[in-house]
Design a protein. Structure first.
Length: 296
């Protein structure tokens, strides 16, 4: 059975989708068509999740090992076989051991972003899908209650950005962990992708297209986009999944970039989050052995 020999393990809203599409262009690297199988985080979760639209996420998670193996059955001749699930980092307490036991000491790629910005991006991602109806400040205040009621981890706007312990767990178990900062990826994607080719042992002279940006979020500008974005509407969700199968993802992302808009983060919320994350960022600097002044 062909299984992944490297994994992009998170975090969500930090560039994992972009890396998935950039890396899979390399002739030596293969990914299954399905991003986010989340197989190694299943045991950490209780089903069903209870947040609005969470059932649409639950039903596409891969929970059976045989089904997981089938994702990679056509990649047996590929030198490097990857998998990308952005919740492995958050569910590190169980996913790390599960991954190591099944896949061994494989290279791990972690994408991190200023946790303040990541929180707002996660919020706008759920606004796009019409699952989030509260203001950002209200949603932050409700986070602990929501998680205690078993809402999916994507509602963890704050907790999802507490990276220090998450990264430390991966480093403790896996010997090759590469951390990519979203801010560096945004600034010079070509350089980051070349670094990752080197890290994985792929030919770093191969050129790939890094011009597209993926996974746009925000409020829909018109009723048609709002309808198609609604995860609670069965017809809309089916049409959305059909579009993802039939149309190139780069084209759909261009449409999304023109059809979605975000308001600026409320300054009071930004200040609140900067205080919330300050200690964890300082701890993460020690874990990574590098300055994160760009986040401060």
């Amino acid at each position: 059975m062909t299984l992944p020999n490297f994994v992009i393990a998170g975090a969500a809203r930090c560039g994992t989708t972009s890396l998935y599409y950039y890396l899979k262009q390399h002739p030596e690297i293969g990914f299954p068509d399905k991003k986010e199988p989340k197989f190694f985080s299943v045991k950490a979760q209780e089903f069903p999740h209870n947040g609005p639209g969470d059932h649409t996420v639950d039903r596409v998670m891969v929970r059976d090992f045989a089904e997981y193996g089938k994702l990679f059955q056509n990649l047996g001749k590929t030198k490097l076989v990857g998998e990308a699930s952005s919740d492995y980092l958050y569910h590190h307490e169980t996913s790390v051991k599960e991954m190591y036991d099944v896949l061994g000491d494989i290279p791990i790629i972690l994408c991190l972003r200023n946790p303040v910005d990541r929180a707002y991006s996660a919020y706008n991602n759920l606004v796009r899908d019409q699952r989030e109806i509260l203001s950002f400040e209200e949603a932050l205040a409700c986070e602990e209650k929501r998680l205690s009621e078993n809402w999916d981890w994507m509602w963890a706007y704050k907790a999802g950005g507490l990276y220090a312990e998450q990264v430390e767990t991966f480093q403790r178990v896996f010997s090759n962990v590469k951390v990519v900062l979203f801010e560096d990826l945004k600034k010079d994607a070509d350089a980051i992708v070349k670094e990752l080719f080197d890290f994985l042992g792929a030919d770093s002279h191969v050129q790939v297209d890094t011009s597209a940006r993926y996974s746009h979020s925000g409020k829909a500008k018109n009723k048609l986009v709002a309808f198609l974005s609604n995860r609670e509407n069965i017809l809309a969700f089916a049409l959305r999944r059909l579009a993802l199968r039939l149309a190139p993802r780069s084209f759909l992302e261009k449409v999304a970039s023109q059809s979605l808009e975000q308001e600026g983060m409320p300054e009071a919320a930004r200040l609140q989050l900067k205080t919330y994350f300050k200690e964890d960022i300082e701890r993460l600097e020690k874990v990574l052995g590098q300055s994160l002044e760009v986040w401060k």
